[in-house]
Ligand binder design. Structure first.
Ligand code: HEM
Length: 320
């Protein structure tokens, strides 16, 4: 008797539908692709030179009209590779440019002919013009604007390179910039902040302005401070050559180099459960137990009632 009741209740319980979703495992990208996967590289061919538009005749560069130009500099390609590609086990690395700086497609780190497969843009940087104090092609100061942030969380640092400026006089030239090394606990060096530090010695060319445009192409640069990079580079280390332009407001300046185009970074293959997490899954495809919910409920009710009927029938007094 009571067996019937219990059986009905059990059947109801068993057949009551469950919509609990199947537990899913989210697959995460590894190596250096994780945080910076949205900020990616170009797969297009890298142009080797910038396009110089038609010159503006009759335009002279003077102290009063030096108001245009830019600085294209990759800082140090091996560092772009160290952060952008990362050593094995690196996660969350990024290189970003803001406040007037852009990451170009020039001189990117290539792997098998393809820009950095880790997905982080590794091209040289373009800093936009800020201001200039121009006396002559051999005596001037040109300031540029922008910040590039190199972040390597598993090596406990973020390095900020900001607002570079070049000054030349008496046959020498120096590149200055703000360098800030942010170091988190575990870093092998202390954090440091060096605004306007003399960063590199440059070899000034014998260049004269043409139609209001002064160009210093591919100028060799060597590091003059070891402190700026936590001692990881020694003074005298070779940095990337830089190209600067300084121009009168009436001059025609070269077009900006192309910026690195985003591409989707490859995600590591995995043998884990690849079912996407529930919020990305189309609603009708919610993991199913294979049982129709509404019909199962009614079937359970009917069985329960049947069980009750059997119980009542069993207890009905018999007429003698
Ligand atoms: C404040 C923290 C750190 C800073 C500023 C820093 C900076 C640097 C720099 C500037 C380089 C030279 C990159 C190049 O041009 O080739 C370098 C290389 C290297 N760093 Fe760090 N690093 C830091 C922390 C670490 C930590 C914690 C590790 C180890 C867990 C590490 C391991 C290495 C290795 C192995 C290289 C050589 C890479 C190569 O030659 O390919 N670094 N680091």
């Amino acid at each position: 008797m009571s067996v019937s009741l219990v059986t009905g209740a059990m059947l109801l319980a068993v057949l009551t539908p469950t919509t609990t979703p199947v537990t899913t495992t989210t697959t995460t990208a590894t190596a250096t692709t994780t945080a910076a996967a949205t900020e990616l590289t170009s797969t297009t061919a890298v142009p080797s030179a910038r396009v110089v538009q038609e010159a503006a005749p009759g335009c002279d560069l003077t102290s009063a009209n030096a108001r245009k130009g830019d600085l294209v500099w990759g800082f140090k390609k091996s560092f772009r590779q160290y952060v952008g590609v990362g050593l094995p086990g690196a996660t969350g690395n990024s290189i970003t440019a803001t406040n007037g700086a852009t990451i170009t497609a020039l001189d990117e780190v290539l792997r098998d002919g393809v820009p950095n497969p880790a997905g982080i843009p590794t091209g040289a940087y373009r800093f936009t013009f800020d201001s200039a104090d121009y006396t002559s092609p051999t005596q001037f100061t040109a300031r540029y604007r922008g910040t590039v942030a190199f972040s390597y969380p598993t090596h406990f640092f973020t390095l900020l390179l900001s607002d570079p400026w070049v000054t030349t006089a008496n046959g020498t030239a120096t590149l200055h910039a703000d360098i800030e090394l942010k170091a988190t606990p575990g870093a092998p060096t202390q954090p440091s902040n060096q605004p306007d530090v003399a960063l590199a010695r440059l070899t000034p060319p014998a260049a004269a302005p043409t139609n209001g445009l002064l160009t210093w192409p591919d100028i060799p640069a060597t590091l003059t401070t070891a402190e700026a990079f936590g001692g990881f580079y020694q003074a005298g280390a070779t940095l990337d050559p830089l190209t600067l332009t300084l121009a009168a407001d009436c001059a025609t300046v070269p077009t900006a180099p192309p910026t690195a185009n985003p591409v989707v970074a490859p995600v590591a293959a995995t043998t884990e459960n690849l079912i996407p997490i529930a919020r990305f899954r189309p609603a009708p495809d919610l993991a199913s137990t294979g049982v129709d919910a509404e019909h199962s409920l009614w079937a359970g009710v009917v069985l329960l009632l049947a069980g009750l009927a059997l119980v009542l029938a069993a207890y009905r007094p018999h007429r003698t």
